[in-house]
Write a protein that binds this ligand. Structure first.
Ligand code: ATP
Ligand code: MG
Length: 836
């Protein structure tokens, strides 16, 4: 009887309900394909458990921060429904109190549901870093750390203020070590490869093996040059980290595991804190993370996953944690075990489900996975058939990007907005985003990049700094000025700002009496408070009667402070200018103040340095800010600072549009396959489906049936199964490669994974190349060649709607026009580095 059901169970199918409502001491495993509602089950189970007992506290582990955020929202709204159902006077009281407290703030504010505080959600990394900080005093005493410290001369105490370094820091450390050995190391060897080998060393150490004794990873094979190098660098790398109170991502996991193994009382505390554990995307849990889950579990445990979506074996994940789960947890004190299979796919249309199943079923591994196979074969698409997925050949990366953007624009134009609202462009490697970004910028399509380190220019410290630079560059920029004057805080309050504003207007009026040029900018007016300006003695305004003495003091002090900056701005390159701004305005101190932790501070500092790095590229072109005492309006001069700020504006505008737009406005979402995990989109463009990209050249070298190639296939499967309604897969017939001699292009062939979809269409692709019309459609896929060369008389027709894409020619013309700006923006993207 559904009327009796709690709201969080409404709409779930019987298997889902079974998984959600398992008794609270059960260890449950849910195995099911993409889009079957695994994440939904996990979310509902959290809400269900909270209802069982007010003492229950829950830890939910997700794979990305974004997933954690989304789950938090979901849980919150389910709890709200629950609260609404159980009218509870204390609950109301609570929300009433909080609401009154906040009554001065956001009018849309409503109190969080009562039970929300009993749920912690995060990634393995974020949870571990919390646990380590809580137990900061014990860190140095951990056996592995104590061992490393013995050999590390500069090691200080490791404490709870440790900073977490990311991959770019790791690379920096390794690069320094490599530079010290210059000459001995071929340039072919990349720091990342060494880091992977170091990660393996850590893994071995954590499992009680001694890689130093065996001299390398594999006992049977002789150690490779890289693994020897890694063994040599490892102690130095550790020392560098320990000397600076830093941990890398792996350390977070390994040390937490060690902490829990060493100290039973901490384990007990954590069992107290979190009585129930739930883990999403369990197929990507590493051996060590599995240990952690076991150590943390005291009450119930729910894991959900899909072996076919396991895509992190390079990081030590093994789908067997999902498949051998029962053996793993055999004899665990907390109760009985249960496996639930989900058989319905709620996400994708049946055409997409079929195509994705074809791709993954050709998998070697899957043949042995009988349970998983069973699910795939029996997986029932719950949605209609929908349009067929399509495969499109493109001349090169530019054509590919333009094709994608063109389709999106066409849809927007034709008002076919429902399917365009939710568009994802998914690619194998980060580098592929650049062409897509450029095409989006050219076509004025707002876009966002998912994943970490995306919105560089949106970070607080960067925005503040840019604001200051903009004001220095253009003294008339009032909105930048208003922000720059009060950040960092320097005793200039609202009253002083108002008075200063009045003073500026007054000075302008005074000036206009004397001359016809645009007159002093607010910046000049401010400078006039502490001495002569670029107008020399000609300009002096008397603040008496306008500025009160209380305002005059901080304003004059600020004027004095920026005086030297403005002087230098006329001579120094941007990068140096930034250094001067930092030291004059004590920006690092400011960053420290606005940071909640040392790691946050270090991140802000690193971002500032990255901005300097970015500015460096703008100094080669000449002196900053034109001539000394530059005439009239600085902003009219084309200077490196001006160019730099222009390019930054180009990118930030797009980001602004994306961010500030309400939910209804259209934004293209760009991401790697890895970042797309667990998400879903109405329309998915999977780009770069050629051998050498997906699968990677490395995986192809390993050969048919190899672990690497199988993983690439699963990546393809994950990407395809993100699509709800429409799936387009493009590939590039030509790809540039970068060598020491310069850029070359190499011919590519369509990804082998798509052979099962478009075998027959191969000939069509060739036809298309010869200029014949090419619009054949296949049962599960269509192949087209999309070339820039096509002339207006030969419009390209694409699939389904047979829409004519003659608009493409005009797009080409536009793109040629935009070439200049695109070259400028390319320069900009170079430094906007993005991590997976
Ligand atoms: P993935 O393996 O890709 O992470 P998943 O198994 O976690 O997929 P979910 O993301 O939980 O799948 O669900 C996919 C979609 O199906 C979501 O939009 C979800 O709301 C919807 N869904 C799940 N269960 C049901 C159901 N019983 N009825 C209707 N829609 C459902
Ligand atoms: Mg999921």
């Amino acid at each position: 009887d559904t009327t009796q059901q709690p709201p969080y169970l409404v709409g779930l199918n019987p298997s889902q309900i079974e998984a959600v409502t398992q008794p609270s001491q059960t260890i449950t495993r849910v195995i099911a394909g993409p889009g079957s509602g695994k994440t939904r089950v996990l979310t509902c189970r959290i809400v269900h458990l909270l209802q069982q007992d007010p003492r229950i506290r829950i830890l939910g582990v997700t794979f990305t921060k974004k997933a954690a955020g989304e789950m938090q929202k979901r849980v919150e709204s389910l709890l709200r429904e629950q609260d609404a159902m159980h009218h509870d006077p204390y609950g109301d009281m609570n929300s009433f109190l909080v609401q009154t407290e906040d009554s001065t703030g956001d009018p849309s504010y409503s109190a969080p549901p009562r039970d929300l505080h009993r749920v912690s959600l995060g990634t393995f990394h974020s949870i571990c870093s919390k646990i380590l900080r809580w137990n900061g005093a014990l860190l140095s005493g951990l056996p592995s750390v104590a061992f490393d410290m013995q050999y590390s001369q500069n090691a200080t105490q490791l404490d709870q203020n440790f900073a977490i370094i990311d991959q770019s820091d790791q690379v920096r450390i390794i690069r320094e070590l490599m530079n010290a050995k210059k000459g001995d190391i071929s340039e072919e060897i990349k720091p990342l490869v060494i880091l992977t080998a170091i990660a393996q060393i850590k893994q071995q150490l954590a499992q009680g093996e001694n890689p130093f004794a065996s001299g390398g990873r594999n006992k049977d094979k002789p150690p490779s040059f890289v693994s020897k190098l890694a063994l040599e660098f490892y102690p130095k790398y550790r020392e560098e980290l320990l000397a600076t109170n830093c941990l890398d991502f792996d350390d977070l996991i390994y040390m937490t595991r060690e902490l829990l193994m060493e100290y039973p009382h901490i384990r007990a505390q954590l069992h107290q804190r979190w009585s129930h554990i739930l883990v999403d995307e369990f197929q990507d849990t590493s051996r060590i993370q599995m240990d952690l889950v076991k150590l943390l579990t005291s009450g119930s445990l729910l894991v959900v996953g899909d072996a076919d979506q396991s895509i992190y074996s390079w990081r030590g994940a093994h789908a067997s944690s999902l498949m051998d789960f029962e053996e793993e947890l055999e004899g665990h004190p907390s109760g009985k075990m249960k496996t639930v299979y989900l058989m319905e796919n709620y996400r994708s249309t049946s055409n997409i489900v079929k195509a994705a199943q074809k791709v993954i079923s050709s998998s070697q591994e899957s043949k042995s996975k009988s349970a998983a196979d069973k699910i795939r074969q029996e997986m029932k698409p719950k949605r209609g058939s929908g349009p067929s997925p399509r495969v499109v050949a493109c001349a090169d990366a530019k054509a590919e990007a333009e094709f994608v953007v063109d389709i999106i624009k066409e849809r927007l134009r034709s008002g076919d907005c429902d399917s365009t609202k939710d568009v994802a462009l998914i690619y194998r490697t980060n580098a592929q985003s650049r062409a897509l970004e450029e095409a989006c910028v050219k076509a004025s399509l707002p876009y966002v990049i998912f994943g970490s380190a995306t919105s560089f220019y949106k970070r607080q410290e960067i925005k503040d700094t840019l604001c200051f630079l903009r004001w220095i560059n253009n003294g008339y920029d009032k909105s930048s000025m208003l922000r720059a004057m009060v950040t960092p805080k320097r005793g200039i309050g609202d009253a002083a700002l108002n008075e200063f504003d009045a003073f500026c207007s007054e000075s302008q009026i005074q000036w206009k009496d004397k001359s016809t040029d645009p007159g002093p900018s607010p910046l000049d007016v401010l400078l006039s408070l502490s001495g002569p300006t670029r107008f020399d003695e000609k300009m002096f305004f008397d603040p008496t009667g306008i500025l009160s003495s209380r305002s005059l003091k901080p304003l004059s002090a600020f004027s004095q402070q920026i005086r030297s900056i403005c002087d230098e701005a006329r001579r120094k390159p941007v990068e140096k200018l930034l250094a001067i701004i930092e030291s004059e305005l004590k920006l690092f101190e400011h960053f420290d103040k606005i940071s909640k932790s040392k790691s946050e501070f270090l991140e802000r500092k690193a971002n500032f340095e990255e901005l300097q790095n970015a500015a460096r590229k703008y100094t080669d072109e000449g002196p900053a800010l034109g001539k000394p005492n530059g005439e009239a309006n600085d902003s009219e001069l084309s200077t490196p600072l001006g160019n730099f700020l222009d390019d930054v504006a180009l990118v930030t505008d797009v980001l602004d549009a994306a961010k500030d737009g309400d939910n209804d406005s259209f934004v293209v979402k760009l991401m790697t396959i890895h970042a797309s995990k667990g998400m879903e989109f109405e329309t998915v463009f999977l780009v770069g489906n050629e051998d050498g990209t997906l699968p990677t050249a490395q995986a192809i070298l390993e050969g048919e049936g190899s672990v690497q190639l199988e993983e690439e296939k699963r990546l393809c499967y994950v990407a395809m199964t993100r699509a709800k309604t429409e799936l387009l897969m493009t590939w590039r017939k030509e790809v540039p490669i970068f060598t020491k001699e310069g850029i070359r292009t190499v011919k590519k062939t369509r990804s082998r994974f798509l052979d099962v979809l478009v075998k027959k269409a191969d000939s069509e692709a060739v036809k298309g190349e010869k200029g014949e019309r090419n619009n054949e459609k296949k049962a599960t896929g269509t192949s087209h060649v999309f070339q820039k060369k096509s002339s207006a008389s030969d419009p390209i027709t694409l699939g389904q709607g047979r829409r004519q894409y003659s608009t493409f020619q005009s797009a080409q013309a536009k793109s040629r026009q935009a070439l200049n700006s695109s070259q400028r923006s390319r320069k900009l993207y170079d430094f906007d580095s993005r991590l997976p």
